[in-house]
Design a protein around this ligand. Structure first.
Ligand SMILES: Nc1ncnc2c1ncn2[C@@H]1O[C@H](COP(=O)(O)OP(=O)(O)OP(=O)(O)O)[C@@H](O)[C@H]1O
Length: 430
């Protein structure tokens, strides 16, 4: 069976922008003899294929075209050029306000949505209790939707969207409106749907969720698909897009051309670098060298859980830097940010650097992490007019192996080293 669920081929979307509402009317009257609008390309020649059961994350800055794309796939917009083929039933949670009639009650909207998706009333009645339980909005279900808070609205919209057994579930940022507990419940449900073969498209500015849940991530910028692939890598690249300025684009440094690469590991062997190291920055200051040493001052690539390491980072200023900041982030192998800190967050006073100056920064770190592999990222940035300017960022530079000390089968990410005391029963005195 063909596993293709969505095929987008050379799709562009052009919006007509009218300066004044009356221009739209004039345009109709003059029937093209004069143009009262200008065109704006929201999506430019986009092509990709999504396969059955994929969990796709879509990211990009405001206005990059994400919602337009989802609406095109959902069929609520038509492309100006190109073709979209969708295989299966789509259930879409697009922007708030779409999908429900505000004058109808929650209950009425549930059945209305079912009908729109071609589900009979009797079938919807069978699902109704589940929907109400998931939404958990109490008596509001019998109130007009226009009286709902945005949180209540999302709860009901999500409950309906998942109840219709879609082949493709599209979620446009809507979850961000719900409270934390509800978001978690939604993600749990989305994961279960994915396991069952549903294809999921999620637009989100929550990069942690994208890293954690998605199989593949698409990055849009100014209407173009910049890249797609491994969520961790694409999210890393996205931070570069976010920090780049029109007048001062940041440089991407490929590992092989990285300046004075002298990273040393155990036995002084040159270490195998984390495959997906991603490096960028203005390069007006560089991270020259990083060493991870154990308590005995020996370079290590693996340590026991809860051991302390000293991470030495050598940086070089290529210009005068008045407010330098030094940063460390630890991520799990699945991309979850376990911990991040920097000298600024820790209120370390700024010590200006002169051009050519070389400095060693030490992160003294107890690694209270459960056994597993973790990525370490490093940053050398500058604060300019209250804004962070990346000089040299080295994401996922190093993969650290944390080993178990004894036969401890505790689980989780943080090793909080609980001591369990079991006391013999206390006999009560009558
Ligand atoms: N109906 C419309 N008419 C004219 N321009 C539009 C219309 N809808 C969207 N646009 C423009 O198209 C561009 C892409 O918008 P879109 O909503 O798809 O971006 P987005 O990536 O979803 O942004 P956000 O993260 O802010 O939701 C924006 O510049 C927006 O102003």
């Amino acid at each position: 069976m063909d596993s293709t669920t969505i095929n987008v081929k050379n799709v562009s979307k052009v919006y007509k922008i009218y300066n004044k509402p009356q221009d739209r009317l004039k345009q109709t009257l003059f029937r093209g003899r004069k143009q009262y609008y200008h065109e704006f390309s929201a999506l430019k020649d986009i092509s990709f294929t999504i396969h059955r059961g994929e969990f796709v994350g879509i990211i990009g800055q405001n206005g990059s075209g994400k919602s337009t794309l989802l609406q095109l796939i959902a069929g609520t917009l038509t492309p100006s050029e190109g073709e979209i083929k969708v295989n299966g039933r789509i259930s879409a949670l697009l922007e708030l306000g779409s999908g429900f009639n505000p004058e109808f009650t929650g209950r009425e909207n549930v059945f209305l949505n079912g009908a729109i998706l071609g589900i009979s009333r009797s079938e919807m009645e069978k699902r109704y209790e589940d929907i109400v339980n998931f939404a958990d909005i109490g008596d509001y279900i019998d109130q007009p939707v226009k009286t709902y808070s945005s949180g209540m609205y999302v709860r009901l919209a999500f409950a309906v969207a998942i109840s219709v057994d879609p082949d493709i579930l599209i979620v446009d940022e809507a979850l961000a409106v719900g409270d934390g507990r509800f978001q978690l419940k939604c993600f749990e449900r989305i994961k279960a749907m994915k396991e069952a073969g549903t294809t999921i498209l999620l637009v989100s500015h929550d990069l942690q969720s994208i890293r954690q849940f998605c199989d593949v991530c698409y990055l849009f910028d100014k209407g173009k698909l910049l890249e797609f692939g491994n969520p961790n890598e694409v999210v890393n690249h996205y931070t570069k897009v976010l920090f780049s300025k029109e007048d001062k684009p940041l440089v991407e440094v490929k590992s092989q051309e990285a300046p004075s690469e002298s990273f040393k590991g155990a036995n002084n062997n040159k270490l195998e670098k984390a495959v997906q190291e991603y490096r960028y920055g203005s390069q007006e200051g560089i991270i020259e060298n990083i060493e991870i040493l154990n308590d005995n001052g020996e370079p290590v690539t693996s340590i026991d859980t809860c051991d302390q390491v000293i991470i030495k980072m050598k940086v070089k200023a290529k210009k005068n830097i008045s407010k330098p900041i030094y940063a460390l982030t630890i991520k799990s192998i699945k991309g979850l940010e376990v911990y991040g800190t920097n000298s600024y967050f820790q209120n370390y006073p700024f010590e200006p650097l002169k051009e050519g100056e070389v400095l060693e920064v030490q992160f003294i770190q107890r690694v209270s992490l459960m056994p597993g592999n973790y990525f370490l990222s490093f940053g050398f940035v500058e604060l300019v007019d209250g804004e962070i300017v990346p000089l040299d960022r080295r994401y996922d530079f190093f993969e650290l192996k944390v080993l178990s000390k004894e036969k401890d089968r505790s689980f989780g990410i943080a090793n909080l080293e609980t001591n369990i005391l079991i006391k013999s029963p206390v006999t009560e005195v009558k």
